[in-house]
Design a protein around this ligand. Structure first.
Ligand code: NAP
Length: 262
């Protein structure tokens, strides 16, 4: 397993580096969340993805503190529920208090607020919070290119990251290119849920490398430069999902996986 310092990262604005492999925490709360995040940090993950909506920021904060890993070595993302538009300040303050930290590394708008003008006003608030140092970088989630452009046009600031549902079966080179052209790092969520892990092509590639189909899916993201945040509450899988840096996919294998959705 790679020591944390060897983990590949992607570059965000202001010299912030984001580990390309992170740990998702949706649908785990309470003791399960605490134990899963402790396990993840023990295994070597240094990037944790949470959200106000997940109801587990307290447990994430406690796991980080108890892990003994210095706070500055961990990249923490949390997200603003769009119905909190207009209450951005109080929401980030509550996240920071729950996470027991003075800043997050990335704060995202969880999905676009239903009214377009609210999206722009909220984006301005995120930028202000970043400028005050409460979030090192800010971004969005579930935004299409038109919605990204509306934010950029209004503020001349592109989101650092756009977190979207992604996986080989959803691979959309055009959407990836449109994000990159705007300087937006694409982060994929639900990588395993959106993949048929029994797909014969995937299984064949996994066998050829002596790894599991899940590991191939995660490695595929990394080879594309797409940030990926698998979730697991199972210690063996938490470990397995982190152990993806000892092999890489050939060009031809990557292309076969790119075609899974077609
Ligand atoms: P996921 O990570 O693709 O899949 C999680 C599921 O896969 C769990 O049921 C897990 O089971 C199972 N699993 C984990 N490792 C496996 C492996 N190696 N082989 C087979 N099955 C495996 O789905 P997700 O939780 O939806 O997405 C990941 C993270 O993205 C979330 O946790 C969250 O942080 C983020 N997310 C963001 C949004 C958004 O709107 N921004 C939406 C959805 C998710 P066990 O836990 O039982 O091991």
């Amino acid at each position: 397993m790679s020591p944390p310092s060897d983990q590949p990262t992607v570059q965000l604005p202001s010299e912030v580096r984001m580990p390309i492999l992170g740990f998702g925490t949706w649908q785990i709360t309470g003791r399960r969340a605490y134990e899963a995040v402790r396990e993840a940090l023990d295994v070597g993950y240094r990037h944790i993805d949470t959200a106000t909506m997940y109801g587990n920021e307290d447990e994430v904060g406690r796991a980080v503190r108890d892990s003994g890993v210095p706070r500055e070595d961990i990249f923490i993302t949390t997200k603003l529920p769009p119905e909190r538009a207009g209450r951005e300040r109080e929401t980030i303050q509550a996240s920071l208090a729950a996470l027991d930290t003075g800043y997050v590394d990335l704060w995202l708008i969880h999905w676009p607020p239903s009214a377009d003008p609210a999206s722009i006003a909220t984006w301005r608030e995120l930028l202000a919070v970043r400028d005050e140092g409460l979030a090192r970088t800010v971004g969005v989630s579930n935004y299409d290119t038109i919605q990204l452009d509306a934010l950029i046009e209004a503020t001349e600031e592109a989101p650092a990251v756009n977190q979207v549902r992604w996986g080989p079966a959803l691979h959309d080179p055009q959407q990836l290119a449109e994000n990159r052209d705007r300087g937006v790092v694409l982060e994929g969520y639900s990588p395993l849920k959106t993949t048929d892990l029994r797909d014969p092509v995937l299984v064949g590639i996994a066998k050829a490398h002596g790894v599991t189909p899940g590991q191939v899916v995660l490695r595929w993201h990394v080879d594309h430069g797409i940030v990926v945040i698998p979730k697991s509450a199972t210690p063996a899988r938490i470990r397995e999902n982190f152990d993806i840096f000892g092999f890489s996919l050939s060009e031809s294998e990557r292309r076969q996986l790119d075609a899974m959705g077609r």
